[in-house]
Design a protein around this ligand. Structure first.
Ligand code: MTE
Length: 328
């Protein structure tokens, strides 16, 4: 189903949000201010700055490059920002960098709805303030059997969710990307049903690894990487990491997701990285690391893919008792 939404820039939040919801949003902001960490972003705000601007006050975490294996070298910035999948701008890997300049990322608002105590339409800065930005170097494995190691900057998704206050009925979190064919020319074609949609089970969304990213390499996200706010779920195939998010919905049912809607036999809801479960058309046992070591013939050598992309310690317990070949 395609939901037609007004453009974020069309109306002020107070005009389109029912008064009760708007008031609750004010409460949300006040409680955020009282949480004490309100200075995390300082005078700088993501909503006001440009793609590529240096991000201030980024805290180091345990997810550093050193914490990864010897072979997990950072993928060069050039590869991370020029070899992309972002079908809203075309299907070739070089399209997003060439064409995503038309995406207008400010102002940017995110609608929060469903089973949640503080629904509303949030300015980007209201949604992410007052959280402290964090550095997270993650392996990022594409379903197409290539991978990168990317130094993301973001906020744990769990921190945002906790402040929004999902109710007991919220079993899943669903995300949607902007729909605007003028800004996103690829949406003039039916390559996927727009908007791009993704979702996580609530425990997955609350897992400390799940990140709402606003930057990479210490800088604000380039448009082609999903500016101004995108998901990063490192134990799942990269297509779960939805870009340029404008809606977060708390649902009681498993939400539809774009690639599953497009080819259910090939792409499941979970899409955990799993070297033992082949894609119907190719093996997932190995991967090529972009920017990685080349063999004598000049090709990037393949390396084994790790279960849950190497994050088993953090995530395997969530899937205990599940048949991962059926729930792929
Ligand atoms: N999000 C949206 N909205 N549209 C897309 O086409 N592609 C997905 C994911 N998120 C996609 C998306 C896929 S297939 C991949 S591999 C990753 O984004 C790529 O992220 P990157 O370009 O930042 O490396």
């Amino acid at each position: 189903m395609l939901i037609k939404k007004p453009k974020a820039s069309d109306v002020a939040s107070s005009e389109i949000t029912p008064q009760s919801v708007y008031m609750r949003r004010r409460e949300f902001l006040q409680s955020a201010a009282m949480a004490g960490a309100a200075v995390a972003l300082g005078p700088y705000t993501i909503g006001n700055a440009h793609a590529g601007a240096k991000l201030p006050n980024v805290a180091k975490t345990k997810w550093t490059q050193e914490s990864l294996g010897e072979g997990d070298k950072l993928t060069p910035y050039e590869d991370v920002t020029s070899y992309n999948n972002f079908y809203e701008f075309g299907t070739s890997k070089s399209d997003p960098k060439k064409k995503a300049g038309t995406l207008k990322t400010k102002p940017w608002t995110v609608v929060v709805d469903g089973h949640v105590e503080k629904p509303g339409r949030y300015d980007l800065d209201d949604l992410i303030s007052p959280h402290q930005l964090q550095d997270r170097v993650y392996r990022f494995r594409c379903v197409e059997a290539w991978s990168m190691v990317i130094p993301w900057v973001g906020i744990p998704l769990a921190d945002i969710i906790k402040r929004l206050g999902p109710t007991g009925d919220a079993k899943y979190v669903a995300f949607e990307t902007l729909v605007d064919p003028e800004q996103m020319p690829g949406q003039g074609f039916a390559t996927l049903k727009w908007p791009y949609r993704e979702g996580l089970r609530m425990d997955e969304a609350m897992n400390p690894l799940a990140l709402m990213s606003v930057g990479l390499y210490g800088e604000q996200l380039p448009n082609q990487n999903g500016a101004p706010i995108r998901l990063v779920v490192p134990w799942k195939y990269r297509f779960k990491s939805i870009k340029s998010i404008v809606r977060i919905s708390f649902t009681d049912k498993m939400p539809p997701t774009s690639w599953n809607m497009s080819a259910a036999r090939e792409y499941g809801f979970y899409s955990n990285v799993n070297p033992q479960v082949s894609h119907p058309r190719w093996s997932q046992a190995k991967e090529r690391r972009l920017g990685g070591a080349r063999n004598v013939f000049g090709f990037i050598a393949k390396q084994p893919t790790l279960m849950f992309n190497g994050y088993s310690d953090e995530v395997a317990s969530m899937y205990q008792g599940m048949d991962l070949a059926r729930n792929f």
